[in-house]
Ligand binder design. Structure first.
Ligand code: AMP
Ligand code: MG
Length: 287
């Protein structure tokens, strides 16, 4: 991982050892043997809430500056994939993190139940159409991973089909990387109790009720099956070119800062530069 002298260290109010940003990302980055049960959804990394919110502002300022260069350079792109259970915070993450960026350089696309036309194609057809053009950041709210998650849990295709998709996904993401698009994937890891509270809040709040669907409870009843499917998908598709991060999701301020840190990390690795100006313009005086 690249060293950055300006990396701030989060001081813990509880007197624990300060933890570096690199350590946080290392702990969230999933390996091919990832065990979801070992990732605590309530993890705080010893951060203090007020400090973390302030740091979120600083980190997203840098993300925004890097985005500006990515856009100006126009040679690389970044695709951010968000996966998680219902009420897992995908929408909230998009609002918080993307709010800080130049809207001209970002696209957000949500993937719901496939249409008839989409179902008449291979599962990556509708996905590829929304990958970012060079210079841009695209965010997927759900993605091709649904085709090895809900599709597996609800047994919409035979096992031989969804299992074969892991290799297709690895190859697809390697293709994107080779052609200029860095892929970074986030699993928002929310506990069962936290999901219960959030779903109840949705039902109780007239302004949130529209988000609730009875099907959410059917999916909640399949909790263990979904967790197993997430774990397999993460293990099977986490690669150097397209890593998975398991983000502690119960506390929104932790979640937002982790996602921002990962985004900054990958944009720094891309290292976009402003293109050179036209020659001999520095002497021009605009009258
Ligand atoms: P939401 O994100 O709340 O708008 O819900 C979108 C719904 O679409 C979720 O219930 C997903 O499980 C479902 N969905 C997304 N992709 C697929 C897919 N490829 N096959 C079946 N269902 C899907
Ligand atoms: Mg939903």
């Amino acid at each position: 991982m690249a060293e950055h002298p300006d990396d701030e260290r989060a001081e813990s109010v509880t007197g624990l050892e300060p933890i570096t940003d690199e350590t946080v990302l290392d702990r969230c980055r999933a390996g091919t043997d990832a065990v979801l049960a070992e990732h605590d959804p309530r993890e705080t990394f010893g951060w203090d809430k007020r400090d973390a919110k302030a740091r979120f502002g600083d980190v997203t300022d840098e993300v925004s500056a890097l985005q500006q260069r990515l856009y100006a350079e126009g040679e690389r792109a970044l695709l951010m994939v968000l996966q998680g259970i219902d009420a897992g915070g995908k929408g909230g993450t998009i609002r918080s993190v993307m709010n800080q960026l130049n809207p001209a350089g970002v696209s957000v696309h949500g993937f719901g139940v496939p249409s008839e036309e989409e179902r008449a194609h291979d599962f990556l057809w509708r996905i590829h159409a929304h990958t970012p053009e060079l210079g841009k950041i695209a965010v997927f709210d759900r993605s091709h991973y649904e085709d090895v998650l809900v599709v597996r849990v609800k047994q919409l295709v035979p096992e031989s089909v969804w299992r074969g998709r892991f290799a297709h996904i690895r190859n697809f993401e390697a293709l994107l990387d080779d052609e200029g698009t860095t892929v970074v994937k986030f699993f928002l890891n929310v506990s069962s109790e936290e999901q219960r509270e959030r779903l109840q809040d949705r039902i109780d709040d007239p302004e949130e009720r529209w988000k609730f669907r009875a099907g959410d409870l059917d999916d909640r009843a399949l909790w263990d099956e979904y967790q197993a499917a997430f774990q397999d998908a993460i293990r099977e598709t986490t690669t150097d070119a397209a890593p998975w991060y398991v983000v502690p999701g119960d506390r929104k301020w932790v979640r937002n800062l982790v996602v921002a840190l990962a985004l900054r990390h990958h944009l720094r690795l891309i290292g976009p530069e402003y293109p050179p100006a036209e020659e001999d313009i520095e002497h021009i005086v605009v009258t």
